[in-house]
Design a protein around this ligand. Structure first.
Ligand code: MN
Length: 752
């Protein structure tokens, strides 16, 4: 369990520093020990020396010598991911080409082509954290990450180690950087770690990201875990005891223990199930590790399963057999949920030591077991990588869209579908017959008119189930259409369909482009990137192609261009200056409630410290006291979001350059609309009690109250005006202390 660490200011003298660096270097060598072959030691030493020298004048934000970072990354690569000498050398050198005088040619000369290639990959994806880059540049960077992944998975494994160490040492960064880096981590790195089967690293990344984006939530849960630790250990011991004895009697070589779940996953449960910490019943899982030979492990796992379920009744729908058919990322184990003492459901995970290593080290562990014939898991990973390469090599894939879809792919559960010849394909849960067709081949998808599932004819939109055998039916006359996008779920199908549709659109847009070009020439303006951006903004279209298309089909009227004047060859929109004053304002009535005419209660740090007009985001309804950031929207000026807004991660990761640092100034005069959801038992007096507290005791203004009751359960939503977070928290506490009220939660996530 983690405790509060108070970061010590860094103060070491040169002598102590030297010792520290050498100590870390020796620790790396020790970790590598069995893997070091003849000649390796010199190479590692050389990499270390080059790195020390290259970074000699650099320090980390914490004040430490920079070299400690590559050293730490190298150790993670070896100790936590399980890679060997080549990867640790690359880890030692991972920042030199990017940040110092050393070039790729130097690396090639010293170490050879193989190393240079990996370091090149690392350098290419290292500038993702570029606050100034615009959306498309960032999306392009993500695409690069995925491309290098497909090229040599070691690049991404080292990159993950790099990210992990940066997250572990995020404390000394500015708040803005903490938010940005954490969001990016949740957005791309933890899903990748998950897809590569690195469960430990994935959990740690998610926990650390939560710690920085929502410190209160994080520490509340951490404290909760600490406080309940005693009770939990007692329960776990009671649960384990009979199983342990039985396993010993049967001569199993095993380990059995209880393990608390990651803070992030507990938080997810609280959020999605609308429960409090005390109501999360599965705060831990029991794990049984077997030392068993590869020939016997499967049988042994099932034997253990049978012993466990002799003592505790299993829930039949919660048996997960990832031994017979491992997950797409290689994960193997047997999971079951059983009814433990005191009527509590307990999750039990059973796996062999080999399976455990795969669960912890993911892809890297597969490599270790690679000798001999490729294992089925490995070929599954290979086919996933191949699939990734296929999509990315299509130059017309819209990167942003693709990423969105791809991320969904990363997290969903899998189903197993068979071709007519009995070949197995893995698809995400919810995949349809059309997804399957695109999975086999994009041409097959494009011409698909239906399918036979288990010999029965079904439409394209038919959702497949694990074990289905599917035959695709095609027609040469078929063409993809817009509505196909509604029932495909895989990134591959979506990106192919969008590509076909775009091709169609592009043909039509050609005419519009010519018309626009003539018009612009007539006005004395050019079709420059700058002008096209202005036009996109003006007509509210996401891309020039959409502008051309709009012109071609007549939804954009070229007469509207009259509003522009031309300076040089640039289009100027005269209305632009006014925009700040009018468009940014909410309705007057609302403005009076939410915002004073002068003396803004938000301090916004940006290019100027002048007071800027802003709007509070509807999706999370921030109030003073919340951690917030400003986001420059394209049409509606600055919007203020909570850092725990459901949309925050995506905004921060994709549009870092549009983020404005913001914090609240003290002001007690203005009140903000906020809402709470109350769950409890339906009892005659309950509404009276609630309103008494709000209007009577706390003297707050209520705007609305709506209540649903069914089966004796009371589910109410109350909108109130509060001054700040403190007041809202106080309200929640008062309400939850009422008899019969089970939970009170702040409302967020309204669709914007
Ligand atoms: Mn680094």
């Amino acid at each position: 369990m983690e405790t509060v660490e108070i970061p010590q200011p860094y103060n070491k003298n040169e002598e102590e520093e030297k010792k520290l660096i050498l100590r870390e270097y020796r620790a790396l060598l020790r970790a590598l020990k069995q893997r070091i072959k003849k000649g390796d030691k010199n190479l590692i030493r050389r990499a270390f020396e080059i790195s020390v020298d290259a970074h000699k004048d650099m320090r980390r934000k914490s004040g430490e010598p920079y070299i400690l970072h590559p050293l730490a990354v190298a150790r993670i690569v070896v100790e936590e991911i399980g890679l060997g000498v080549t990867s640790s050398i690359c880890a030692l050198l991972h920042d030199v080409v990017e940040d110092t005088e050393i070039t790729l040619e130097d690396i090639t000369r010293e170490f050879g082509e193989k190393y240079a290639k990996i370091i090149d990959g690392l350098t290419k994806i290292s500038n993702v954290v570029d606050l100034k880059a615009d959306t498309t540049v960032q999306a392009e960077n993500f695409r690069k990450i995925l491309l290098t992944l497909a090229d040599d998975p070691r690049v991404i494994l080292i990159k993950l180690a790099d990210r992990l160490h940066n997250m572990r040492t995020l404390e000394s960064m500015s708040r803005e950087k903490q938010l940005k880096i954490s969001s990016e981590t949740t957005y791309i790195y933890s899903p990748l770690a998950h897809r590569l089967g690195l469960y430990e690293i994935k959990s740690e990344l998610e926990d650390l990201a939560l710690k920085y984006t929502q410190p209160e939530v994080y520490w509340d849960i951490a404290r909760g875990l600490k406080e309940t630790k005693r009770e939990r250990s007692r329960y776990i011991n009671e649960f384990i005891k009979p199983i342990k004895e039985e396993l010993q009697q049967n001569d199993f070589d095993f380990e059995i223990y209880g393990r608390p779940k990651a803070i992030h996953s507990i938080w997810n449960k609280m959020r999605t199930k609308h429960v409090t910490f005390d109501e999360v019943y599965d705060l831990f899982a029991i794990r049984i590790l077997l030392n068993s030979s590869p020939e016997r492990e499967k049988e042994d796992c099932w034997k253990v399963y049978s012993i466990v379920t002799n003592f505790y009744k299993p829930s039949p729908e919660r048996l997960r057999d990832w031994i017979s058919v491992p997950k797409g990322n290689g994960y193997e184990a047997l999971h079951t949920t059983v009814m433990g003492p005191g009527g509590r459901w307990v999750e039990v995970q059973i796996r062999s030591d080999r399976m455990n290593e795969i669960a912890e080290k993911g892809l890297a562990a597969h490599w270790k077991y690679k000798e001999g014939a490729p294992s089925p898991q490995e070929s599954k990973l290979d086919s996933w990588l191949q699939h990734l390469r296929d999509i990315l090599s299509n130059p017309d894939t819209d990167t942003l869209d693709f990423l969105q879809d791809f991320k969904l792919d990363l997290f969903t559960e899998e189903i197993y579908i068979y071709t007519p010849k009995g070949e197995m394909r893995v698809l995400p849960k919810g995949a349809t017959a059309l997804d399957f067709a695109f999975d086999i081949h994009s041409e097959l998808g494009a011409r698909c008119i239906g399918a036979k599932v288990n010999y029965r004819l079904v439409p394209l939109s038919h959702e497949l189930k694990s074990g289905d055998q599917v035959e695709v039916i095609t027609s040469s006359k078929q063409k993809p259409s817009e509505d196909w996008l509604h029932f495909v779920t895989t990134a591959k199908a979506k990106s192919r369909i969008k590509y076909y549709l775009k091709e169609e659109k592009r043909k039509i847009a050609e005419d519009g482009k010519e018309m626009l070009q003539r018009k612009l020439e007539h006005m004395g303006a050019s079709m420059s990137q700058y002008n096209m951006n202005e036009l996109c903004m003006f007509f509210k279209k996401p891309s020039p192609l959409d502008v051309f298309y709009g012109v071609a089909v007549g939804s954009i009227d070229l007469k509207d261009l009259k509003e522009f004047t031309v300076t040089g060859d640039k289009l100027v929109q005269p209305a632009k200056e006014v925009k700040l004053d009018t468009k940014m304002l909410v309705s007057e009535e609302e403005a009076n409630k939410q915002k004073p005419a002068k003396g803004a209660e938000l301090i916004i740090f940006g290019e100027s410290s002048d007071k800027i007009l802003y709007k509070l985001a509807q999706c999370c309804q921030p109030i003073p006291g919340d951690d917030v950031f400003g986001f420059v929207t394209s049409g509606e000026g600055l919007k203020i979001h909570r850092t725990d807004c459901p949309n925050a991660a995506q905004l921060l990761a994709h549009y870092g350059h549009r983020i404005v640092k913001t914090k609240w100034a003290k002001n007690k005069e203005i009140s903000f609309l906020s809402g709470v959801r109350i769950l409890g038992l339906d009892d005659v007096g309950v509404i009276q009690k609630i309103t008494n507290i709000i209007s009577g005791e706390l003297k707050m203004n209520m705007r609305s109250i709506s209540i649903d009751t069914s089966d004796g359960i009371f589910d109410g939503t109350i909108m109130v005006y509060v001054h700040d977070r403190e007041e809202l928290d106080n309200l929640c506490q008062r309400l939850v202390s009422l008899d019969g009220i089970n939970s009170v939660q702040r409302l967020d996530a309204k669709e914007e």
